[in-house]
Design a protein around this ligand. Structure first.
Ligand SMILES: [Cu+2]
Length: 185
Protein backbone atom coordinates (compact mmCIF):
# COMPACT_ATOMS: atom_id res chain seq x y z
CA UNK A 1 0.00 0.00 0.00
CA UNK A 2 1.36 3.36 -1.01
CA UNK A 3 1.83 6.23 1.33
CA UNK A 4 -0.94 8.20 -0.32
CA UNK A 5 -3.36 5.37 0.30
CA UNK A 6 -2.30 5.23 3.92
CA UNK A 7 -2.87 8.93 4.29
CA UNK A 8 -6.24 8.64 2.63
CA UNK A 9 -7.26 5.87 5.02
CA UNK A 10 -6.07 7.93 7.97
CA UNK A 11 -8.17 10.78 6.71
CA UNK A 12 -11.25 8.59 6.44
CA UNK A 13 -10.61 7.15 9.89
CA UNK A 14 -10.33 10.64 11.33
CA UNK A 15 -13.64 11.65 9.84
CA UNK A 16 -15.27 8.49 11.18
CA UNK A 17 -13.96 9.17 14.67
CA UNK A 18 -15.24 12.72 14.44
CA UNK A 19 -18.66 11.42 13.41
CA UNK A 20 -18.74 9.34 16.56
CA UNK A 21 -17.99 12.23 18.85
CA UNK A 22 -21.09 14.15 19.79
CA UNK A 23 -21.41 17.39 21.63
CA UNK A 24 -21.80 17.60 25.38
CA UNK A 25 -24.60 19.78 26.69
CA UNK A 26 -24.29 20.83 30.31
CA UNK A 27 -27.96 21.06 31.24
CA UNK A 28 -28.88 24.58 32.33
CA UNK A 29 -25.54 26.00 31.21
CA UNK A 30 -23.51 27.79 33.85
CA UNK A 31 -26.36 27.57 36.36
CA UNK A 32 -26.50 23.83 36.03
CA UNK A 33 -29.33 21.56 37.12
CA UNK A 34 -31.12 23.75 39.66
CA UNK A 35 -34.65 24.99 40.28
CA UNK A 36 -33.56 28.59 39.67
CA UNK A 37 -32.45 27.81 36.11
CA UNK A 38 -34.72 28.72 33.20
CA UNK A 39 -34.57 25.51 31.20
CA UNK A 40 -36.86 26.74 28.43
CA UNK A 41 -34.50 29.52 27.53
CA UNK A 42 -31.54 27.16 27.85
CA UNK A 43 -32.97 24.54 25.46
CA UNK A 44 -34.00 27.20 22.95
CA UNK A 45 -30.33 27.89 22.34
CA UNK A 46 -29.33 24.25 21.92
CA UNK A 47 -29.54 21.64 19.20
CA UNK A 48 -29.53 18.08 20.48
CA UNK A 49 -28.35 15.52 17.97
CA UNK A 50 -28.10 11.77 18.12
CA UNK A 51 -24.72 10.96 19.61
CA UNK A 52 -24.65 14.03 21.84
CA UNK A 53 -24.57 13.80 25.62
CA UNK A 54 -26.39 15.61 28.37
CA UNK A 55 -24.44 16.36 31.52
CA UNK A 56 -26.38 17.10 34.68
CA UNK A 57 -24.34 18.94 37.30
CA UNK A 58 -25.99 19.60 40.62
CA UNK A 59 -25.67 19.63 44.38
CA UNK A 60 -26.87 16.86 46.66
CA UNK A 61 -30.25 18.52 47.17
CA UNK A 62 -31.23 17.45 43.64
CA UNK A 63 -31.39 14.34 41.53
CA UNK A 64 -32.24 13.45 37.96
CA UNK A 65 -35.33 11.46 37.05
CA UNK A 66 -36.08 10.57 33.47
CA UNK A 67 -39.78 10.41 32.74
CA UNK A 68 -41.50 8.17 30.22
CA UNK A 69 -43.60 10.73 28.41
CA UNK A 70 -45.28 14.06 27.96
CA UNK A 71 -48.13 13.49 30.42
CA UNK A 72 -45.84 12.56 33.29
CA UNK A 73 -43.72 15.56 32.38
CA UNK A 74 -46.67 17.93 32.42
CA UNK A 75 -48.11 16.65 35.68
CA UNK A 76 -44.76 16.15 37.41
CA UNK A 77 -45.56 12.50 37.98
CA UNK A 78 -42.32 10.86 39.07
CA UNK A 79 -44.05 7.66 40.15
CA UNK A 80 -43.00 5.62 37.13
CA UNK A 81 -39.55 6.87 36.15
CA UNK A 82 -37.55 5.47 33.25
CA UNK A 83 -34.27 6.11 35.01
CA UNK A 84 -33.01 7.77 38.19
CA UNK A 85 -29.58 9.27 38.77
CA UNK A 86 -28.02 11.03 41.73
CA UNK A 87 -24.25 11.27 41.34
CA UNK A 88 -24.28 15.04 40.86
CA UNK A 89 -22.44 14.68 37.58
CA UNK A 90 -24.61 12.45 35.45
CA UNK A 91 -24.03 11.85 31.77
CA UNK A 92 -26.93 10.83 29.55
CA UNK A 93 -26.25 9.69 26.01
CA UNK A 94 -28.79 10.74 23.41
CA UNK A 95 -28.75 7.58 21.34
CA UNK A 96 -31.79 8.03 19.12
CA UNK A 97 -34.11 10.70 17.75
CA UNK A 98 -37.13 11.59 19.83
CA UNK A 99 -38.11 13.53 22.93
CA UNK A 100 -36.71 12.85 26.40
CA UNK A 101 -38.06 14.24 29.65
CA UNK A 102 -36.11 14.93 32.83
CA UNK A 103 -36.98 16.34 36.20
CA UNK A 104 -35.79 16.38 39.79
CA UNK A 105 -37.21 14.05 42.43
CA UNK A 106 -36.86 16.53 45.30
CA UNK A 107 -40.29 17.48 46.60
CA UNK A 108 -41.64 20.56 44.87
CA UNK A 109 -38.77 21.10 42.48
CA UNK A 110 -40.58 19.82 39.39
CA UNK A 111 -43.49 22.15 40.06
CA UNK A 112 -41.03 25.00 40.51
CA UNK A 113 -39.95 24.42 36.92
CA UNK A 114 -37.02 22.12 37.47
CA UNK A 115 -37.72 19.99 34.45
CA UNK A 116 -36.45 19.88 30.93
CA UNK A 117 -37.67 18.47 27.65
CA UNK A 118 -35.00 17.46 25.18
CA UNK A 119 -35.83 17.04 21.50
CA UNK A 120 -33.20 14.87 19.87
CA UNK A 121 -32.81 15.20 16.12
CA UNK A 122 -30.94 13.06 13.61
CA UNK A 123 -27.31 13.82 13.27
CA UNK A 124 -27.03 14.59 9.57
CA UNK A 125 -28.40 18.05 9.46
CA UNK A 126 -25.88 19.92 7.32
CA UNK A 127 -23.24 21.20 9.67
CA UNK A 128 -20.55 23.77 9.10
CA UNK A 129 -17.62 22.36 11.04
CA UNK A 130 -14.76 24.80 11.46
CA UNK A 131 -15.98 28.37 10.90
CA UNK A 132 -19.00 28.41 13.23
CA UNK A 133 -17.17 26.42 15.87
CA UNK A 134 -14.22 28.76 15.85
CA UNK A 135 -16.45 31.72 16.54
CA UNK A 136 -17.58 30.22 19.82
CA UNK A 137 -16.31 31.75 23.05
CA UNK A 138 -12.75 30.67 23.64
CA UNK A 139 -13.53 29.65 27.20
CA UNK A 140 -15.49 26.71 25.87
CA UNK A 141 -12.29 25.27 24.45
CA UNK A 142 -11.20 24.43 27.96
CA UNK A 143 -14.41 23.16 29.40
CA UNK A 144 -14.08 20.11 31.62
CA UNK A 145 -15.48 17.32 29.49
CA UNK A 146 -16.30 14.79 32.13
CA UNK A 147 -14.87 15.85 35.43
CA UNK A 148 -15.04 13.23 38.15
CA UNK A 149 -17.54 13.65 40.91
CA UNK A 150 -16.25 16.51 42.97
CA UNK A 151 -16.94 16.99 46.63
CA UNK A 152 -17.65 20.69 46.24
CA UNK A 153 -20.04 20.56 43.34
CA UNK A 154 -21.77 23.79 44.24
CA UNK A 155 -18.61 25.85 44.05
CA UNK A 156 -16.96 24.10 41.14
CA UNK A 157 -17.01 25.91 37.82
CA UNK A 158 -19.75 24.64 35.58
CA UNK A 159 -19.06 24.92 31.92
CA UNK A 160 -21.73 26.38 29.73
CA UNK A 161 -20.70 24.89 26.47
CA UNK A 162 -19.41 21.81 24.77
CA UNK A 163 -16.20 20.15 23.79
CA UNK A 164 -17.19 20.25 20.14
CA UNK A 165 -15.21 23.34 19.13
CA UNK A 166 -11.98 21.78 20.27
CA UNK A 167 -12.72 18.53 18.50
CA UNK A 168 -13.67 20.31 15.29
CA UNK A 169 -10.63 22.48 15.42
CA UNK A 170 -8.15 19.67 16.03
CA UNK A 171 -9.77 17.62 13.29
CA UNK A 172 -9.58 20.58 10.96
CA UNK A 173 -5.89 21.12 11.68
CA UNK A 174 -5.17 17.41 11.37
CA UNK A 175 -6.89 17.10 8.00
CA UNK A 176 -5.17 20.21 6.77
CA UNK A 177 -1.80 18.76 7.78
CA UNK A 178 -2.57 15.45 6.06
CA UNK A 179 -3.62 17.19 2.85
CA UNK A 180 -0.46 19.23 2.95
CA UNK A 181 1.71 16.12 3.37
CA UNK A 182 -0.20 14.36 0.60
CA UNK A 183 0.36 17.22 -1.80
CA UNK A 184 4.10 17.29 -1.10
CA UNK A 185 4.61 13.60 -1.82
CU1 LIG B 1 -34.12 19.62 42.52
Amino acid sequence: MGLKNTIFLLLVATLMVKEGLGDQHVVGGSQGWDQSTNFNSWTSGQTFKVGDQLVFKYSSMHSVVELGGESDYKTCNIGTPVNTMSSGNDVVKLDKPGTRYFTCATLGHCNQGMKVKIKVVKKNVPSSPAPSSLSSPSSSLFSPVSSPLSSSSSSSPISTSTSAPLQSFTTFVFIFALLFVASVI
